[in-house]
Design a protein around this ligand. Structure first.
Ligand SMILES: *Cc1c(COP(=O)(O)O)cnc(C)c1O
Length: 394
């Protein structure tokens, strides 16, 4: 196939836009001879807190640690239950088991993919200590409804914001809508470091101080250990790189939004257009709540006959991915876990999910290429200006 490739993700494109600042940042740290918990981390923490509109940000090693340290700081431990979404990256669940607590799985809302507050309400027991809301694929979860449930039951609301850099809930950026929010700056996230990195944001200063201590061996003063802590510090090079990239985040998110808008316009009319045996039907496109501004970390559709869709896109140069092919509850890692009866009857759509290329690296020609392939796949229509010779679509 002689079609140009549409990569799912391409960081080289983005790094080219800030390569000088990145090189300068890295060199600055090397010549400072300070690599751990220095002024670069302090600077990024204050930049990130300001960007998110919250009182405190604490740099940590990665997104999983950010979640884990929040739960530890809230004294989540053995015997406690933490309500988590059924569909999320496994880190959300692992943070709970790292504390010795039990994850309780709740179904997502079918339209938004985010945890369904009505079902959360039913999952609360006397042992529930916290709810983790994941802003999945970049769209804010319904934190108002969830905060109400948390307050009513005397439990904590925590956010997994690893996919939601810059997303807004009712006009306010994500990061301060709960007890604390966990961030990942894994390289592929909307704001990514040059390796592993993470942060916690919160408006609760006491909680922030406890997390600062926990991330650094339980110590606030060198060689004095108040708590049995961890080693999970954001390092100076990553902090400097993040400060160099942060000024680009809004522009990058705007470009993601443009891509999503183009996809939505072209694909929404194709939902349910083609549904004969053996063909691929488009079952849904992302639905965004009127009060939400998505960070568009991912653009996820539902399709029937997914294997065929993946092959079809691939033959037209379009790389796709799946988030996530296997739910945490069905992973071998959780094989010993006891499922509740409601959980066993949960509707699992993970064999329908398909992520299309999404990111600021995409140009108009590439977006058009994804759209043309989608039209051909989901409506059976071929656009003659496309070179589709040699492709059999069954
Ligand atoms: C990426 C991600 C994490 C984990 O972040 P790491 O920095 O890789 O540890 C947690 N939750 C969600 C939803 C994520 O997408």
């Amino acid at each position: 196939m002689n079609k140009a490739r549409v990569p799912f993700l391409d960081l080289s494109e983005l790094h080219a836009e800030c390569s000088e600042q990145l090189a300068e940042a890295t060199n600055r740290v090397i010549s400072s001879n300070s690599f751990i918990l220095g002024k670069e981390v302090e600077q990024f923490e204050s930049d990130w807190a300001r960007y998110c509109g919250v009182g405190c940000a604490i740099g940590v090693g990665n997104g999983l640690d950010a979640l884990h340290l929040i739960l530890r700081a809230l004294d989540v431990g053995p015997g406690d239950e933490v309500i988590v979404p059924a569909n999320t990256f496994i880190a959300t669940w692992l943070a709970v088991t790292m504390c010795g607590a039990s994850p309780v799985s709740v179904e997502p809302d079918r339209d938004t993919f985010n945890i369904d507050p009505n079902l959360v309400e039913h999952a609360v027991t006397a042992r529930t200590k916290a709810i983790i809301a994941v802003h999945l694929y970049g769209q804010p979860a319904d934190v108002d409804a969830l905060a109400k449930i948390a307050q009513k039951n005397g439990i904590y609301l925590v956010e997994d914001a690893a996919q939601a850099h810059g997303a807004k809930h009712k006009g306010r950026r994500i990061g301060g809508h709960s007890a604390a929010a966990a961030w990942s700056f894994y390289p592929g996230k909307n704001l990514g470091a040059l390796g592993d990195a993470g942060a916690v944001t919160t408006n609760n200063e006491a909680l922030a101080n406890k997390i600062r201590v926990l991330r650094n061996y339980g110590s606030a003063v060198k060689y004095e250990h108040l708590l049995q802590g961890f080693n999970s510090r954001l390092d100076e090079i990553q902090a400097a790189a993040l400060s160099a990239k942060l000024p680009h985040l809004d522009d990058w998110n705007e470009r993601r939004t443009e891509v999503a808008r183009s996809y939505n316009e072209a694909l929404a009319p194709l939902v349910g257009a083609l549904d004969r045996p053996g063909s691929c039907a488009l079952l849904s496109v992302p639905a965004i709540r009127e009060w939400a501004v998505s960070a568009w970390h991912l653009y996820v559709i539902r399709v029937s006959n997914r294997d065929r869709a993946i092959e079809f896109y691939s033959a037209r140069g379009v790389e796709t991915s799946i988030h996530y092919p296997i739910r945490p509850s069905r992973q071998a890692a959780f094989a010993d876990r006891q499922e509740s009866t409601t959980e066993r009857s949960q509707f699992d759509d993970s064999d329908q999910l398909l992520s299309l290329p999404m990111g600021p690296h995409l140009n108009q020609r590439q977006v058009d290429q994804v759209i043309a392939a989608s039209k051909e796949l989901f409506s059976g229509a071929r656009e003659s200006r496309l070179n589709t010779k040699g492709i059999t679509d069954g």
